[in-house]
Design a binder for this molecule. Structure first.
Ligand code: TRP
Length: 329
């Protein structure tokens, strides 16, 4: 059994790309592995120093995870700032993290380009905090997207460096978990690339029907096939890819046939796709709302998660302090 850990920033609502990509696999995996799931609210302060609604954002993301099927009785779901041990490990790891390597990190370079007026030390040491998140539970597998691969490499490096510096074999070097062929890539609605928050092309699990319809109807297509069996352009292929995850086979087959014999009307396809996405999202959205209205339940989940997570985190901190040489008088 592996220890698997996954984190999401509290400013990131879940979209269909998250759901059909990593999350669906994670929901399955929670039954097979020792899974930790956490909401990175400390990390969100690197880009949102005075968040309008820190608690509200955390609550939203927590409700979204629960509504999607993460079971708090099985997986350990917690909020980063509920674990003071993470902050302590971050401090200790910072002593062996070098300015040069941190400055060279792509995510750092990207972020200071995006927010030149707020080049804070938290942004610089973002990968150190991320390493602390991971190795505090000695997680061996971390599902990350392409944009986080370098941060994961840094986590490996910090784990290795700790072991080397103190002459121990203490931390496991975490490895990326990419789900192999189980990872479904969900494209965006803007014709190219995948669905992502920063791309602004996502359909969110909390989107109302009206919003979903609007987004789908506006999706990029092309001028339509002009001869039988012409190849399908990327924007249209993307719409079919979305259908693959929400629509039934007959509907997909029908639109494919219409495409092949040049009778397809993209408007009809979009209408069909929009309704199927609504059908899929609506029950999840309702569960999100129900959960958000249930503070007692949320409180219980957060407390239970924090207790379970702190069990492994406090053990790690105890041992790390001992390895480094802190001693009580
Ligand atoms: N940096 C991740 C992101 O932006 C979020 C994150 C923080 C994370 N700590 C982590 C992901 C630890 C995996 C493991 O998506």
């Amino acid at each position: 059994m592996e220890t698997v850990l996954s984190g999401i920033r509290s400013t990131g609502n879940l979209h269909l790309g998250n759901y059909f990509g990593a999350l669906k696999n994670f929901i399955r995996m929670q039954h097979e592995h020792n899974c930790y799931f956490f909401i990175a609210d400390y990390h969100s302060l690197t880009t949102h120093p005075t968040p309008a609604d820190l608690h509200g954002n955390v609550k939203q993301v927590l409700a979204e995870y629960l509504a999607s099927g993460i079971d708090p009785e099985i997986a350990t779901i917690y909020i980063q700032s509920d674990l003071p041990e993470v902050a302590e490990l971050y401090l200790l790891l910072n002593m062996n993290a070098y300015i040069g390597e941190l400055e060279r990190t792509t995510t750092f370079k990207d972020k200071i380009r995006n927010q030149p007026d707020n080049v804070n030390a938290g942004l610089l040491t973002y990968p150190v905090l991320m390493a602390a998140d991971i190795i505090i539970h000695n997680a061996s597998k971390v599902p990350v997207g392409k944009d986080q691969e370098q941060n994961l490499e840094m986590a490996k490096k910090f784990a290795r460096r700790f072991n080397h510096m103190y002459g121990v074999e203490y931390f496991t070097e975490p490895a990326a978990y990419n789900f192999g062929e189980n990872l479904v890539k969900i494209p965006g609605l803007d014709g190219t690339g995948k669905m992502g928050k920063s791309e602004g092309n996502g359909i969110y699990l909390c989107d109302p029907d009206k919003e979903i319809r609007k987004k789908v109807m506006r999706a990029v297509t092309d001028t339509g096939p002009t001869e039988p069996n012409s190849p399908i352009s990327e924007p249209v292929r993307n719409l079919f890819a979305l259908m693959e995850v929400v629509s039934d086979h007959d509907a997909i087959a029908k639109f494919k046939e219409d495409y092949a014999n040049c009778t397809i009307r993209y408007g009809d396809l979009k209408k069909h796709l929009a309704e199927d996405i609504c059908k899929f999202v609506a029950p999840i959205r309702e569960r999100i709302e129900d959960i958000k209205n249930n503070d007692v339940y949320l409180g219980r989940v957060a407390k239970m998660g924090a207790e379970k997570a702190r069990e492994s985190a406090s053990k790690t901190i105890r041992e790390v302090r001992e390895i480094i040489g802190f001693k009580a008088f």
